[in-house]
Design a protein around this ligand. Structure first.
Ligand code: ZN
Length: 263
């Protein structure tokens, strides 16, 4: 996908599966009954895991870094570096790794066995996520182990800023304290890489869903609505982190209903 002069390419690491009715809920009767097209025969929501590659000038930027070598009942990764190689990129060519947030399925290839994988890159994340996932006294030890080796190569931020020309970071907290949307823009076009502001199309189409993964569900819901309102019925593309195949789309209003229309 090209936006302005920047090309944004999916880098697929693997797949996750979650019981949709356990992880995404909305008030009222079984709301998933209206959305069977997003579920498999067992009621699972399929999540593609990975990240995106943005190349511009002499910068090679990764937005998120997959789930890593995990293989369990829910998640299976492992393809990220091969997917990058297929795009002609070796780990030492990556200049920047920017995170939408620090959940395990976005930092899988940040480090491996205690070593930084993209060892010439600068890693960038919102300060509030670094505090929540690494520095806090109650931080998950697994996350600390995974992320602490990044410290030497880390730059944190706490406000909107330009990462490289045409790629801006915008804090959109709620899913996690430092959740960040990356806005790619140029020549009058925009694409918003929204991370886990939404995990499924249904959260973008209907404003009253909640996700169990959200650190602050109400703030996440409000942020999701705000972003959906901003892009609805514009040419802006929306790119959630886990739609099957890392699909892109636009949010379009039909009468009373809002739909995510894949492009
Ligand atoms: Zn995620």
């Amino acid at each position: 996908m090209k936006v302005g002069d920047l090309e944004i390419l999916p880098v697929i690491d693997g797949t996750g599966r979650e019981q949709a009715r356990e992880v995404l809920t909305a008030p009222g009767d079984d709301r998933w009954a209206c959305h069977p097209e997003h579920l498999d025969a067992d009621g699972n929501l399929e999540l593609t895991l990975g990240g995106f590659l943005v190349r511009t000038g002499d910068r090679v930027v990764l937005v998120d870094a997959g789930v890593g070598r995990i293989r369990n009942d829910h998640y299976a990764g492992g393809g990220f570096l091969d997917a990058l190689a297929a795009l002609g990129v070796t780990p030492d060519q990556v200049t920047d790794v920017v995170f939408t947030h620090l959940h395990f399925d976005h930092v899988g290839w940040a480090t491996s066995r205690g070593e930084v994988v993209f060892d010439r890159a600068t890693y960038r994340v919102h300060e509030a996520d670094w505090v929540h996932f690494v520095e806090a006294a109650d931080a998950d030890p697994g996350a600390v182990r995974k992320l602490a080796p990044l410290r030497e190569r880390l730059e944190t931020f706490d406000a909107e800023h330009t990462v490289v020309p045409g790629l801006d970071a915008r804090p959109t907290p709620g899913h996690t304290p430092g959740s960040t949307t990356y806005v790619v823009s140029g020549r009058g076009q925009r694409a918003l890489l929204i991370g886990d502001v939404a995990h499924s199309v249904v959260e973008l189409e209907e404003p009253d869903w909640q996700a169990t993964f959200d650190v602050d569900p109400l703030a996440a819901q409000a942020m999701r609505r705000r972003l959906a309102d901003e892009v609805a019925d514009t040419d802006d593309l929306v790119v959630p982190a886990h739609l099957p195949g890392l699909a892109w789309g636009r949010i379009v209003t039909f009468g009373e209903t809002r739909r995510f229309v894949a492009v």
